[in-house]
Design a protein around this ligand. Sequence first.
Ligand SMILES: [Fe+2]
Length: 335
Amino acid sequence: MGAPREIDDSNVQPIPIDEFLSLPIVIVVTYLRMPSGRFILIAKAGQPTAETSLEKYRAKNLESLFVHIDDYHRFLVTQTQATQQLIETGSRFKNDTRTALIQDAMTTVYREIEEVGFSDSSFSRAKLVNHALLNYVKENDQITDLITKFGMASNDGIVHSMMVSMISVMIGMKHEWVKPSTLEKLSLGGFLHDIGKSKLPAEILAKPLSVLTRDEKIIYESHVEIGVQLLSQAKTMPDDILLMVLEHHERSDGSGFPKRLKDLHISPLARVVSLANAFVDRIQQEAKPLTPEDALKVFQEFRVHRGAQFNRDALNALEKSLDPSKALKKKTRVG
Ligand SMILES: [Fe+2]
């Protein structure tokens, strides 16, 4: 027990008490909120959990304890490592839950990509790569559990991820990256890029980025490092995949995060996932269904207003994978 500290609601993050109890030691300084609203320091970093009074607080039906907002990122990353151990020791989701989430996403993604007007040859090949990806995911319990948790934390998360994965593959093909292993890596990296979001508070994920406070933005941005942390503990995860996860918000003009890398310093596969991710975000802002003509317009606006943020070859490859004849056909039918 420590002395009262002068902190308030604006600089603490509430954390369910059970999340502390699953850890062998206290990761960061932890506070209790008194009925008066005052915060009391109850555990220091490094203290064994069993020696603290956390159990006592839970017995009193206390729902949350608090950590300082500056410590929250460290708490998330370390707690993620402990969660991974839980995954390794069991706690599997039932097969029907896994299959249902992925199957539903696939149906939606194929329909949406079809509507947007990607060229038939690109789309067919991307579907083949996607089927190989899904077989890999289904056979890998660690990855499947992470994806299932991610899907449960964010309803549209799996749809978004699969769409980014497939569009990354189509961009890769128009880059003339012909090696199957390269396309498979793009597919997996695209699919897992946001996996770190499974550890973020739902209230932050629910808000548009433009309204996040400075502290919320720091937490949001930590999803790239958390994703690497989660995946680097899965056996045999290639470094290329970890780089795609870490760098998928980097921008060629240096305006991205976490390291503000410029174009040539971003790994080649991450440049593609960065573009695919931003393009999917952009088209998903539009009213649905998006016609091939709309998609081309959206792409041109995207190139004009945000072109400097992305690798030029990747932008050209994305443009090539959109089939203008589909927009023309649509126009002819309507006209
Ligand atoms: Fe992201």
